[in-house]
Design a protein around this ligand. Structure first.
Ligand code: F6P
Length: 425
């Protein structure tokens, strides 16, 4: 089997670890590993008509036939797998295509080897690139994507991205038989190709700092982003304490309050605003000022208010950091500053969890592809109660959408319940 991986949507720490794990697991399972550069955009662009694939022919080697998920086995195989391969005299098992950049010019779908992804788990962002592709949202773009994959003989795809990217993957899979038929009608592929690649297998891994996907406890990149925020809070706390100031910290998370909430717990915030649970009273300004006044009264020298980027009041009016600052200054006379952490939360080296989680999940993704058939749903690899899980992708997407719907309907209790794994139904 030829397995391709792409990263899509906003980057997150740990995406490189996913690519590394998928590439290595695919090779260990006797499959060819491919990467698609620049997310779905790379699928649409493909490799150009003249060029039908990399010329490098890797040596044939004996692969491990079985690869259990247990972390110890994975680590042993990752560490020693290449050593064993080297022993058979094939030396350059990794194609080095990607690492050397040899065949990259104008090529978006590239076969890679072991050496190409060596050490990637420590790197931030995504080394294979990501994009928010407009083209892929059109039927024409997806037709081009199908053609470009079939041209390389690929019909198994791992997508690492947020819910939008994973929904895109499922749409692509559902449409695939029609796309193949259309390509056949247009004479772009042969009957043999159409039959050989009649189904697309996909599996999704959730790469997002927001931790906004249902049916998984953690998304890849969220733990690192949380660490970044905690570090920033520690830095802010010392200067806030020195001047006895108040700080309003705006954190990312789109429509999800996970980063803000957990940072509030880990960093000792005085008040916080998250989309799922806005302040109960309206106007909320009195509630916030009363809480902070009380903290100051008992001797606190510093104040920290965290505002999630998607925060709003119970009437869904946005709550912005600058406005919160003005209230603290005017009503409580606090010398107040705003800090917006922005993309510093997203970039940089992954923390340990964002290396471990994608490694375990990347291996599971390859196993899922090897077991997939036209009848099985597209799976999303997650983690629940410390176990790597495989859940129907579209169920997770639908449940995630339910949270947004609950918020839109101002049913905040339901939104919180849906977010909290304790109450998972
Ligand atoms: O989804 C990840 C995320 O970082 C969100 O927290 C944020 O709202 C958004 O992406 C920012 O996107 P961009 O990098 O395109 O500005």
């Amino acid at each position: 089997m030829k397995i391709a991986i792409l990263t899509s949507g906003g980057d997150s720490a740990g995406m490189n670890a996913v690519v590394r794990a998928v590439v290595k697991a695919a090779i260990l399972k006797g499959c060819e590993a491919w990467i698609v550069r620049e997310g779905y955009e790379g699928l649409v662009r493909g490799n150009g008509e003249a060029d039908s694939g990399p010329t490098y022919d890797p040596p044939s080697v004996t692969h491990h036939s079985d690869f259990p998920l247990a972390a110890t086995n994975i680590i042993n195989n990752l560490r020693f797998g290449d050593g064993e391969l080297l022993k058979d005299g094939t030396g350059d098992y990794g194609t080095g295509n990607y690492a050397s950049g040899r065949t990259l010019k104008g090529r978006y779908i590239v076969r890679v080897g072991w050496d190409d992804v060596r050490g990637w788990f420590t790197e931030g962002g995504t080394l294979i690139g990501t994009a928010r592709s407009k083209e892929f949202r059109t039927p024409q773009g997806r037709l081009a994507g199908a053609y470009n994959l079939i041209k390389e003989g690929i019909d198994a795809l791992v997508v690492c991205g947020g819910d939008g990217s994973l929904t895109g993957a499922d749409v692509f899979r559902a449409e695939w038989p029609q796309l193949v038929a259309e390509l056949r009608t247009q004479g772009k592929i042969s009957e043999a190709q159409a039959q050989l690649h009649s189904h697309l297998k996909i599996v999704g891994l959730v790469g997002s700092i927001d931790n906004d996907m249902s049916m998984t406890d953690l998304t890849i990149g969220a733990p690192t982003a949380l660490h970044r925020i905690c570090e920033a809070i520690d830095n802010i706390n010392s200067t806030a304490f020195s001047h006895s100031r108040a700080f309003v910290l705006e954190v990312m998370g789109r429509h999800c309050g996970w980063l803000a909430l957990l940072a509030g717990v880990a960093g000792g915030a005085d008040f916080l605003f998250i989309p799922e649970q806005p302040p109960k009273s309206q106007p909320w300004e009195d509630e916030m000022c009363a809480a902070i006044h009380q903290h100051r009264e008992v001797g606190k020298r510093k104040t920290l208010v965290i505002v999630a980027e998607g925060a709003h009041d119970i009437d869904l009016n946005p709550i912005k950091a600058e406005y919160v600052k003005d209230i603290l200054a005017e009503r409580l006379g606090l010398d107040t500053r705003v800090t917006t952490l922005g993309h510093t939360q997203r970039g940089g080296r992954p923390c340990a969890m964002d290396r471990i989680l994608p490694t375990l999940q990347g291996f599971k993704a390859v196993e899922a592809l090897l077991e997939a058939n036209p009848e099985t749903p597209s799976y999303m690899i997650g983690i629940q109660e410390n176990k790597i899980t495989m859940v129907p992708l579209m169920e997770a997407v639908a449940m995630t959408k339910e949270v947004s719907t609950a918020i839109e309907k101002k049913d905040f209790e339901k939104a919180m319940r849906l977010r909290d794994p304790e109450f998972r139904e």
